[in-house]
Design a protein around this ligand. Structure first.
Ligand code: ARG
Length: 460
């Protein structure tokens, strides 16, 4: 059996159940690349300040690069008895280069080491997430731009409310995703701080240069307090919140796709490549991508709650409980990026059904608000105008007619203020064109949004 790196004060071997239960190597091997990058920077700094010689640092760095090569080639054997990625790498290094390997851990602890690995890892994870958000935004923008003329019913309470441009509807999701992207930029800022040098919790008596290592690794700053440095998991929680909220957005979009794709709505046609079939019902074409993403939002919310719960009762500084941060964090990252990529493909390949959308918006009372507005603009107090229009709608429903079917004479039986204009006004395209006030669905507003949205994608 391999001797534990911390085995000096122990006279008995670890019980097999604890060894198995306590090992994180099964999942933290994912941090290998960042662990090695951090160790290389640490070794360089140790030689710079004279704690180890330059020759020793060179040997350590060569050895670490070799270990990295082994891992990349799939030739590295991760050992449970070595507990985690930090001790697996260090032990392999010493096996490979000998005595010098044992100097690498000078002036650091696994507590600041694991924190450093996670900070470095999160910088990359945030970048990758932002790129995936951008790809989905691009898909939405292209779909909106290509179909600027299509209109559809806008809904409140899932009841047809007022007609809107299809592009306007899609852009609503674009802006929610823009807030998500901005949130992930913030997460990146939270991760952009190096904890290396905090040691176990109190700092170190070696003359280290933490700001130098931090700069070498591309960090903008270091922590002010060693205890905070090893205890802080806020940057993970911030990401997990951002991922949970992103997944809630995607889940709502998924729900909408599922509705739109149903025979009842028939607003869109999902591409065959983003749909699945049924094993029993040959006619079925199921929106699995949208359903799965809607389902997976539960994980992202659960992961956030899980880590908040792990952290909430912990005294300063490091506690082994913190090892429980990685699995939910990794899962939130994989869920967010996987869902974004899937949705980007789904939106890129879907086809809107113009006829069905426009039929639904036309065969309805979607112009009713504009009738009330017409009266209000002609001096009738809005509440009264609302009541008059309500009566018109009620009568039309009783007679099985739509507002567009009423003659001018009929309109005038409700109010002498009505003119022929009201007949044109209730048509969906005119209802839409009239919404020129800021934020409204008028085509010129949507064109402005499209231009602004493009700028967002170009800037960071
Ligand atoms: N595997 C541990 C974790 O993920 C590394 C830090 C262990 N530190 C310690 N003092 N046991 O949190």
């Amino acid at each position: 059996m391999k001797e534990k790196l911390w085995g000096g004060r122990f006279s008995k071997a670890t019980d097999a159940t604890l060894e198995e239960f306590g090992a994180s190597i099964g999942f933290d091997q994912r941090l290998a690349k960042w662990d090695i990058r951090g160790s290389i920077a640490h070794a360089r700094m140790l030689s710079m300040v004279g704690v180890i010689s330059e020759a020793e640092a060179d040997k350590i760095i060569d050895g670490l690069n070799y270990v990295q090569g082994q891992i990349e080639a799939g030739d590295f054997v991760f050992k449970t008895e070595l507990e985690d990625i930090h001790m697996n790498v260090e032990s392999a290094l010493t096996d490979y280069i000998g005595q010098e390997g044992k100097k690498l851990h000078t002036a650091r602890s696994r507590n600041d080491q694991v924190a450093l690995d996670c900070h470095l890892f999160m910088l990359d994870a945030c970048q990758e997430t932002i790129a995936a958000v951008r790809a989905l935004q691009t898909a939405l923008l292209e779909l909106a731009e290509k179909n600027q003329h299509i209109f559809m019913p806008g809904y409140t309470h899932l009841q047809r409310a007022q007609p809107v441009l299809f592009a306007h509807h899609l852009l609503a999701h674009f802006w929610a995703l823009e807030r998500d992207a901005q949130r992930f930029y913030q997460c990146r800022k939270a991760a952009d701080c190096s904890p290396l040098g905090a040691g176990a919790l109190a700092g170190t008596s070696f003359p280290i240069a933490p700001a130098k290592v931090a700069a070498d690794l591309g960090f903008s700053s270091i922590y002010d307090n060693s205890m905070d440095a090893v205890s802080d998991r806020d940057y993970m929680l911030e990401y997990m919140f951002a991922a949970a909220l992103l997944m809630v957005h995607l889940s709502r979009m998924g729900e909408e796709i599922i509705l739109w794709n149903s025979t009842e709505f028939n607003f869109i046609d999902l591409d065959d490549s983003f749909s699945t079939g049924s094993s029993i019902m040959p006619q079925k074409k199921n929106p699995d991508a949208a359903e799965l993403v809607r389902g997976k939002s539960g994980r992202a919310i659960g992961n956030l709650v899980a880590l908040l719960t792990v952290i909430k009762g912990l005294p300063l500084a490091y506690n082994k409980d913190m090892q429980e941060d990685k699995e939910p964090l990794f899962d939130s990252i994989d869920t967010a990026i996987g869902s974004l990529n899937l949705f980007a493909g789904m939106y890129r390949t879907m086809t809107p059904n113009q006829a069905a959308m426009e039929h639904a918006a036309t065969n309805d009372f979607a112009g009713a608000t504009d009738v009330a507005d017409f009266l209000a603009k002609n001096g009738v107090p809005f509440r009264e105008a609302h009541a008059i229009t309500g009566k018109i709608v009620r009568d039309a429903i009783t007679q099985g007619r739509l507002l567009g079917d009423l003659s001018v004479e009929e309109w005038q039986t409700y109010s002498p203020l009505f003119t022929a204009e009201v007949q044109r006004m209730v048509l969906p395209t005119n209802v839409i064109n009239a919404r020129k006030a800021p934020m409204g669905t008028a085509p010129e507003n949507v064109a402005t949004q499209l231009a602004k949205a493009k700028c967002c994608l170009q800037s960071n």
